[in-house]
Design a protein around this ligand. Structure first.
Ligand SMILES: [Zn+2]
Length: 291
């Protein structure tokens, strides 16, 4: 067994989680910080600093999962909805700061890849994953291969001219407008009062979550019609926490919208839980060494 390790960094809209990951995908030690959203430069400095907080021994590469649109050929980030990242040669910037090979992937793509290799999807050859966190991300594995292009599944329209989307997104009625932790925080304030959050709705098993599940299932139905996956995986902090409460109404909506036999597609929670993104970034880092 190789002693080689990588440092994986899961960059979220709210927090940055970094960890040492071995070649089998085991996470050994983690550090967490709040995301710096003041400027691109300070975010880059923070990402380098969080990597240096971990032991560097036997570390051969660093992998980043970022909630952004990534151009894999150029290694650039084209834009992000919830972070100050725009038109940036992120791979080079981080390689210069860290002096190690850097792998870069969209955070939800990374999570989908981890679930496919090591989690809920390890027995299938195609899956679609949605991560419900600050925003909504998505990843697709088709015929055993991760789709490494844009898979901004959180920004498909499920309600025409619906609620405004988050952050830098100008759209309306997107999955993220209804199913992100941020959107459900808004819903919580509406139904439980000014101080309430999505966490309170989940703790109360509040029926308002049926509405969120319905929106989620509507999205899942359309994704089944596009990709015909064997499995749909729901991850992300909010997605994992609320999964059991969202599933009944999500399943009903997905079964209605999906063409047969898509309605019978399995919908499962991320097996790697909130660590899927981190482990996926680790797998991407190992690939950066082989490249
Ligand atoms: Zn959007």
């Amino acid at each position: 067994m190789s002693k080689k390790r990588v440092i994986a960094v899961d960059v979220g809209g709210t927090k940055v989680l970094a960890g040492l990951v071995d070649a089998e995908g085991n996470v050994h030690q983690t550090v967490e910080r709040a995301s710096v959203v003041t400027s691109q430069e300070s975010l880059l400095d923070e990402l380098a600093a969080v990597v240096r907080e971990l032991p560097q021994e036997d570390v051969v590469a660093v992998g980043f999962g970022v909630p952004a649109r990534v151009d894999q050929v150029a290694g650039t980030v084209l834009g992000a909805v919830n972070l100050p990242l725009h038109d940036l040669d992120l791979r080079s910037e981080l390689e210069n700061r860290l002096d190690l090979p850097v792998g870069l992937e969209n955070d939800a793509n990374a999570a989908a890849y981890a679930e496919f290799r090591l989690g809920a999807g390890r027995h299938v050859h195609s899956l679609v994953m949605l991560t419900l966190g600050t925003g909504v991300g998505g990843g697709v594995v088709f015929a055993g291969q991760l789709f490494r292009g844009w898979a901004e599944l959180g920004h498909i329209v499920i309600v025409e001219d619906g609620d405004p989307c988050n952050g830098a997104c100008t759209g309306r009625g997107h999955v993220e407008s209804y199913c992100s932790g941020t959107a459900v925080d808004r819903l919580a304030r509406r139904v439980l009062g000014e101080q309430a959050t999505a966490r309170d709705l989940v703790a109360a098993h509040h029926p308002a979550l049926d509405e969120v599940g319905h929106h989620l299932g509507t999205a899942i139905g359309s994704l089944i019609n596009v990709f015909n996956p064997q499995l749909v995986v729901i991850g992300g902090g909010f997605g994992v926490a609320a999964f059991d409460l969202l599933l009944p109404s999500a399943r009903l909506a997905a079964e209605r919208e999906a063409l047969a036999p898509g309605g019978r597609v399995e919908i499962r929670t991320a097996e790697l839980g909130a660590a899927a993104g981190l482990i996926g970034a680790g797998l991407v880092a190992f690939e950066a060494v082989q490249a």
